[in-house]
Design a protein around this ligand. Structure first.
Ligand code: GLN
Length: 205
């Protein structure tokens, strides 16, 4: 019997509902997380897209930054998309003064790297371990990954355009992140991949 994981969606700000739907499509139970007590009950966490500066300020105001760091250090699986990728990065470039992250992934992420809102775009991105057809990726004022440490596996890179080769999807152990928004397309492969990762982590612990 395969366990049904309970996956939280950090609900301080951003596209929470879309992630919850996609996770349910991937066979998970979902709950929203706004308080430290709610975080304790989840087997894994999605940090959605939105605005990382706002999410950081709210995480501070809700006393969530330290609990998030502690759970990630203790091995809780987490997946961040777009602003969520920024939140899971150990280092950021282009942040506002004093901007903090939760961290966990040994990478440097450049905020708003692909450009401003008008520069939002869609592109096919082949993703390692997620099937043969490229993922239709939606980028909205997206970051990219400037550099990764040795423990980080690159799962996807921009395939075309002026920014070809830029890293847009990564994984480090139980943590993963994408520059793009897989919750907006109805293709749940990224959420399936994460839900499987959470299931395996539950079996290991
Ligand atoms: N540019 C946003 C930030 O800095 C991220 C945009 C997004 O999540 N769609 O947080």
């Amino acid at each position: 019997m395969t366990a049904v994981p309970t996956i939280g969606v950090l609900a301080l700000q951003g596209d929470v509902l879309e992630h919850a739907r996609a996770l349910e499509g991937a066979g998970a139970r979902t709950v929203t997380v706004r308080r430290p007590e709610e975080l304790e009950r989840v087997d894994g966490l999605v940090v959605p897209g939105g605005e990382s500066t706002t999410m950081w300020r709210l995480a501070r105001a809700f006393d969530l930054l330290e609990p998030l760091r502690k759970r990630i250090e203790a091995g809780m699986p987490a997946y961040g998309s777009c602003a969520g990728m920024i939140m899971l990065a150990d280092r950021i470039e282009g942040g506002v003064a004093g901007q903090e992250t939760v961290g966990g992934i040994d990478m440097t992420v450049r905020r708003n790297a692909f450009g401003r809102q008008v520069d939002s775009f869609e592109a096919p991105v082949p993703l390692t371990g997620m099937g043969d057809t490229p993922f239709h990726a939606v980028f909205i004022r997206a970051p990219w990954v400037e550099g990764v440490g040795e423990a980080v596996e690159v799962l996807g890179r921009a395939e075309s355009g002026p920014n070809v080769g830029r890293i847009v999807a990564v994984r480090q152990g139980r943590l993963m992140a994408t520059s793009f928004h897989p919750e907006l397309t109805g293709d749940h492969r990224v959420h399936h991949y994460f839900a499987d990762l959470v299931r395996r982590a539950m079996e290991e612990d």
